[in-house]
Design a protein around this ligand. Sequence first.
Ligand SMILES: [Zn+2]
Length: 156
Amino acid sequence: MRYCSSCGNRIDENARVCPVCGAKTEKKSDKSDVQNKIEDFITNFTNTADTTAQYTADDITKNKSMAVLAYLGLLFLVPLLAAKESPFARYHTNQGILLFIVQTIGVAATQIPYAGWAAGALINVFTTALLVIGVLNAIKGEAKELPIIGKFRIIS
Ligand SMILES: [Zn+2]
């Protein structure tokens, strides 16, 4: 509910002029609402489970680059096969496999005309964002789940 800033009368949400006193009303900026919603969305989107404390500093330092590889397509095979003894690398390998599965679904979708192209394009944008987030988490030495898909466990 809005009120006129000069006479205090109740006015319609979208009114540009107060119907009682005729004063011009400041319309709430839609842009800032949208901006707030986007900011909330991004905050919620990236606010995922963080279990960094469960890994040793030594493991994180030694296996960061393995963790980064986990997000780069089929290269998840490198940490999967070569860093079996690193809980930190395995955490990220699991995240990378999840990402790879969703990327594969996106590629498969593009084989279906129209609806599949659109879905595939959306999935591609989504997975590209997750790839960047995953790589940044790995570089920062954090064990943080990818948004939306990261809660699933394929390997332990
Ligand atoms: Zn008024």
